[in-house]
Design a protein. Sequence first.
Length: 205
Amino acid sequence: MEQEFSSTLLENAVSALSRLPGVGRRTALRFALHLLRRPADEAASIGQAIIRLRSDIRYCSVCHNISESDICPICSSDRRQSSVVCVVENVKDVMSIENTRSFSGLYHVLGGLISPIDGIGPDALEIASLVERVRAGGIDEVILATGATVEADTTNFYIYRLLSRENPSLRITQLARGVSVGDELQYTDEVTLARSLTARTPFEL
């Protein structure tokens, strides 16, 4: 049975907060009551930060990482190795690899993985734009860093076929299997991820 509230405003806040992943109604109530005890300007600051996050954050037109400008700081940096592109599933994977401080190339965020059972095909992902980047030239290596799941392997195979057709001399590598089968990059410790990235191997069918 859902808890009844003496205030419609409190009930609305709890309902809104409980939509967040991993937040049940009890936790949402605790958050809401905590905000009520804090100064009004603190609650307003949190609300404004969320509003600006939703309204001002965009996706990089090159790599599709989150950014505050049309081209993200990684793509626009002259300190990055632009000839190497690391292909990842999502933005969290970019953060995981960046935390290892062992990769100096660029990224390409797919926005998911091919999964026919979930109705996700290649056209739903940023694969065509990856092909365009390779077609434009200047890329010597593409690292397939999409984890070690069945969906990741399917996606890697599809991308490999496309890119090797587009540029037969392109070096296509994958993470060494230091990343366990079934694991997602965001849950892999930084030492294992760094070693996997350093010891990457040629992609094989």
